[in-house]
Each structure stands twice: as structure tokens, then as C-alpha cells.
Design a protein. Structure first.
Ligand SMILES: [Zn+2]
Length: 571
């Protein structure tokens, strides 16, 4: 595979995302994208804000803005904070942009032509005072089973029973509190998923071998439960209009496509946005008849809650169209990163959100912790103590200490010049072999998207440097054998520069500082020639300097302060 298309789950528009969103899709996708670029693959990493639906409308109303202005602002905020975290999107689009409108309308028309869409009449709750239909979870009332007074129209949070809004006793609008509501007929488009179920299962059977267990089990769970026909339109103003033959579809003038129908299509839509902005060709990434067939791998990253949509629902759209669209090859799913065993919550001020995280510490510290502790095998809980330990022990004590120690030594004893003379001896030979094995391990885990194992392998490589320096002891050698000291210093400086290249996918900002201080010109080049060659990259005679402090240790007092501010701590 020479080209890699990467997408990470679209963050919803209503506010800056928390660290769990980062850890469970955007960050691992970014690490993977950076690794693939460094390997010389042609990479396109696409993400976008998911902007339609009732929550966006309500959030805008709460902010006192019209929904378009609200989305404009929130999109810019998310884009900026993503960039500050070093997320290397090739394009960060918007599901409300014209390409997604065109594509969504196109898919609906094609699916209808294939007999996979039909109009059906639903009964829905209408709020006369709000002048709108209410989605099930925006109708509240008393639970008929347990008398809980704030049961939602889809489910009672108290007893867990699934509900229909018409089951509720004394129902009211969650939006306004009005009890002036009634059930009305409303016509919607239904996607007949039951008619493509066999095709989806065949497709999943063909893909599943290359999917991780979590992805596979979710896909089959949904297939085994059986698909149902699904309404793909809603009674809303904000969204993609429903058209027929280029004009508003009769009876659908006040309806739009359901956000879950249009959001996955935005992966394609955002690629079109990118192509229109850069003059590139989007079809070679998405149309198998126009270059997206052989030689292109499509890898998706997402939290487990999105897997069903991308293994079953969206494939119903794609496969149902019978058009030659590229489908996902590998789908990497993540469990939850929790905040001390509970959920992150804006309203309850629980947990760190992406903007606040950058207020208190540089992005690399978060990036390292969140990859080393990626919620891969199971849900994972963030704790300040683990975070402090990852930063202090891995970054400061191991990587930071090594780079600083050797660069300072070279500055003080060799005038900041990479020394010449001497030949590598048995210690170096052993180091080369250990590095080769470690780099192979790191590369294999990155390629397999085993995020935790990859971080572990990288840490193991950093440890090798400290062990080498300890054993080789250039501070002793320099007193008796100048050539030997030169070999050690030259090797260790080259090793520090090699660390910059190996660490760049995880901690790009620190990697850049190291590379710059040591004169490593091309960070974006994954080592492929074996350590003996890679550690001769920086030429003798070149000048270096010690980088500024790479990682400041986190003090106990800071932990106490942040615990106060963001929550956390036992109990
Ligand atoms: Zn109940």
C-alpha cells in the first residue's frame, strides 16, 4: 500500500471536546498519520465538525446565536485547539458545507432510485408553544413503570425501561417546559436497511479479519440483532434540505436529513472541500473506478459508540448506492477514557477539556500520557497521579534527561561540536542490535495501530540511551582516551537525534526542539537503514547545542491545584 486515507470520528459542534474524545480517535489517528508520512506514504488525514441536529440548534439558542453563526464560531474554536494539539489534519471540514449537501442529496436520490428509500408516516410529539416536533429525548414526563418524574421519551433513566414518548404520564417539552403538546402525523423518508442486510453481512465477513476484536464484535452484534428500516429525515430547519429533481421535495419543505445520515458522508464531503481548496483530486481517494482501488488503504479511528454507524449504517448507504465508493479497510475502535471512573462532564465541571489542558501544560505532555494509556483493551480512567508519573518518569527522567545530559556534555567538553575520531566498539555494536530490535517492534506496533504497545516500545528505546550512556561513561573515558570519548559522544548525539525522528509521531513539538538543537534537518523520515547507519547521520564537525528544557516535571502542588480546579482525587 502506497497511499493511506485516514479519518477520525467527527467531533460534534457543541463545544470543545474533552481529553477522552482526543484519546479515542483524533490523537491515535494523528500518531498513525505522522508515522505513515514519515515512512514515505502518501497520506490524507481528514476530519470535520459534525454540525447538524437538534443539540446544535439548542446549544445555539442557549448561546443566544443563530445556529449558523454558532457553528461558524465553534468550528473555528475546535479547529484552533486541534491545531494547537498538533493534530495534523490535511483538512478539517464542516458537515454543513456545500459538498456534503450535494453528496447527501445525491446518495438519497440514488438510494431511492434503487428502491431503498420510501416515505412513511410517523406519529410524533409536536410542541405547539415551541412550534416544532420534539425528538423523543426532548419529551419528558412521569415514567409509567416507576413514577420517576423526569423520564425521557426514549428511556427512563431511573428504571431503565425503554419508552415511547406517548407512554409518558403528563408529558412536557424539555425545551420550554410547555405541556401544550400533541401527537401529530409527519411524513419521513426511510432507508430500507432490511433490504441491504445480506450485502452488509457479506461485506463485513470480507473485512472482519483485518478489524480489531472490538470493531468486529460490535458489527456482528448489530447484524445479529437484525437491522431495521430507519428514518433518515427530521422535522428541523437546520440541516441538509430534502430535494427531488433539484427542487424541494413536496411535503418535505420543512424537513432536513437526519444528522446520522449526513455525518458519515462528510468524510467524503470534507475531502471534496480539501480538493476544492487545494486543486487536488478527491476522486482518487474515494472512487474505486478513479484511482481509489488498488494501492490505497482506508483506515478509520473512532470511539466504540460510533462503530455500529460505520460498520452497518453507513455501509447501507454506500453499498446500497451500488456506486464504486471506497469502503473502510481497517477500523480502529477505542473504549472510553473516563475521569476517575466517571464520565467527563461539562455541566458538572468534571475533567479536563482540550482548551483547558493547553492552558496548564504543553500539548506533548497530554499527547504522551493519552497514547501511553490509550483506552484500547478496556475503558481506562485518567488520574492525576498516573499523568504526573508518565510525564516525570517517562518524558523528563528518561528522554529529557538523556538528551540534555549528552548535549550539555558535548557543549562543555567538545565546544558544541560533534567530535571526530575513533571507531564504534562492542558496546556500540550491542546498542545497534538493541536499537534495531526496538525500532522493528515500534514500527510493527505503529503499523498495527497498537497504540499502547507502540508507546511502550518507544519508551524502551529511550531507556536504551540512558543505559548506554551509563555504561559507556564518556565522562570517565575523556580523561584517558579521547578517541573513545569521541565515539561515545558522537553516537549518543546521533541517538538523541534519532529519538527525535522516532518520537515525532507522539510528541511532535519536543521532537522538533531536539532536532533543531542537534541539526537533524529532516524529522519526517522514519529510520529504515539499521541503527549502525542511522547513528552516523549527523556528521562529525557539525555544531549542536543543548535544547532548552524539554519537559518540566509536574510538582505535587500543581496536582493539588488542578484537582481542585478540574475535579478528581479519590471520593
Ligand atoms: Zn422508570
Amino acid at each position: 500500500m502506497t497511499r493511506v486515507l485516514i479519518t477520525s470520528a467527527l467531533p460534534y459542534i457543541n463545544g470543545i471536546k474533552h481529553l477522552g474524545n482526543l484519546a479515542g480517535s483524533m490523537l491515535p489517528a494523528d500518531v498513525f498519520a505522522r508515522f505513515q508520512r514519515a515512512r514515505g506514504r502518501e497520506v490524507l488525514y481528514i476530519c470535520a465538525t459534525d454540525e447538524h441536529g437538534t443539540p446544535a440548534e439548542l446549544a445555539a439558542a442557549e448561546a443566544g446565536q443563530d445556529v449558523r453563526t454558532y457553528c461558524d464560531e465553534q468550528h473555528e474554536l475546535q479547529k484552533r485547539v486541534g491545531a494547537s494539539f498538533g493534530l495534523s489534519f490535511d483538512w478539517f471540514g464542516r458537515s454543513s458545507n456545500p459538498p456534503n449537501h450535494r453528496l447527501t442529496q445525491h446518495f438519497a436520490e440514488v438510494l431511492e432510485a434503487k428502491g431503498l428509500i420510501e416515505e412513511r408516516t410517523d406519529k410524533m410529539v409536536y410542541s405547539i408553544d415551541d412550534r416544532r416536533f420534539l425528538p423523543d429525548r426532548y419529551v419528558e414526563g412521569t415514567c409509567p413503570h416507576c413514577a420517576f418524574p423526569k423520564a425521557r421519551g426514549d428511556q427512563c433513566d431511573n428504571c431503565g425501561n425503554l419508552l415511547d414518548p406517548t407512554d409518558l404520564i403528563e408529558p412536557y417539552s424539555k425545551i420550554s417546559g410547555s405541556r401544550n403538546i400533541e401527537v401529530r402525523d409527519t411524513v419521513h423518508l426511510y432507508l430500507l436497511q432490511t433490504r441491504v442486510e445480506d450485502r452488509i453481512r457479506q461485506w463485513v465477513d470480507a473485512q472482519a479479519d483485518s478489524w480489531p476484536t472490538l470493531t468486529r464484535s460490535i458489527a456482528y452484534k448489530h447484524l445479529d440483532e437484525g437491522l431495521i428500516d430507519r428514518g433518515i429525515t427530521r422535522d428541523l430547519d437546520w440541516g441538509i434540505p430534502v430535494v427531488k429533481d433539484g427542487a424541494p421535495r413536496p411535503g418535505f419543505e420543512n424537513k432536513v436529513f437526519y444528522v446520522w445520515f449526513d455525518a458519515p458522508i462528510e468524510y467524503i464531503g470534507a475531502t471534496v472541500e480539501w480538493a476544492e481548496a487545494t486543486g487536488a483530486d478527491w476522486e482518487r481517494w474515494w472512487r474505486t473506478d478513479k484511482g481509489a482501488g488498488e494501492g490505497l488503504e482506508y483506515v478509520q479511528f473512532m470511539g466504540k459508540d460510533n462503530v455500529a454507524f460505520h460498520t452497518v449504517s453507513f455501509p447501507a448507504t454506500i453499498l446500497g448506492s451500488e456506486e464504486p465508493w471506497k469502503t473502510v479497510d481497517r477500523l480502529k475502535a477505542f473504549n472510553w477514557l473516563n475521569w476517575y471512573g466517571g464520565k467527563f462532564s461539562t455541566s458538572e465541571k468534571r475533567g479536563v477539556f482540550m482548551d483547558a489542558a493547553l492552558d496548564i501544560l504543553p500539548p506533548d505532555l497530554w499527547r504522551w500520557y493519552l497514547t501511553a494509556n490509550a483506552p484500547e483493551g478496556s475503558d481506562t480512567a485518567f488520574t492525576w497521579e498516573q499523568f504526573q508519573s508518565a510525564v516525570n518518569k517517562d518524558l523528563a527522567d528518561v528522554l529529557g534527561n538523556f538528551v540534555n545530559r549528552i548535549a550539555k556534555f558535548a557543549e562543555s567538553k567538545f565546544g558544541g561540536v560533534i567530535p571526530e575520531g575513533g571507531e564504534p566498539g562492542p558496546l556500540e555494536t550491542r546498542l545497534f542490535a538493541d536499537l534495531d530490535a526496538g525500532i522493528a517492534d515500534l514500527s510493527a506496533n505503529l503499523e498495527a495501530i497498537e497504540v499502547r504497545k507502540a508507546a511502550q516500545a518507544l519508551r524502551g528505546l529511550w531507556v536504551l540511551g540512558n543505559e548506554y550512556l551509563q555504561e559507556a561513561a564518556p565522562w570517565t573515558a575523556i580523561k584517558t582516551d579521547a578517541d573513545r570519548a569521541a565515539v561515545i559522544v558522537r553516537t549518543a548525539l546521533n541517538l538523541a537525534a534519532l529519538y527525535a525522528r522516532l518520537s515525532a509521531p507522539f510528541i511532535p513539538f519536543a521532537a522538533e526542539k531536539i532536532a533543531e538543537a542537534l541539526g537533524e534537518a529532516d524529522l519526517d523520515q522514519w529510520p529504515q537503514q539499521g541503527a549502525a547507519v542511522e547513528l552516523a547521520r549527523l556528521p562529525a564537525g557539525a555544531t549542536i547545542r543543548a535544547p532548552e528544557v524539554l519537559f518540566k516535571k509536574i510538582e505535587d502542588e500543581q496536582i493539588a491545584e488542578w484537582t481542585e480546579r478540574f475535579g478528581g482525587a479519590a471520593g
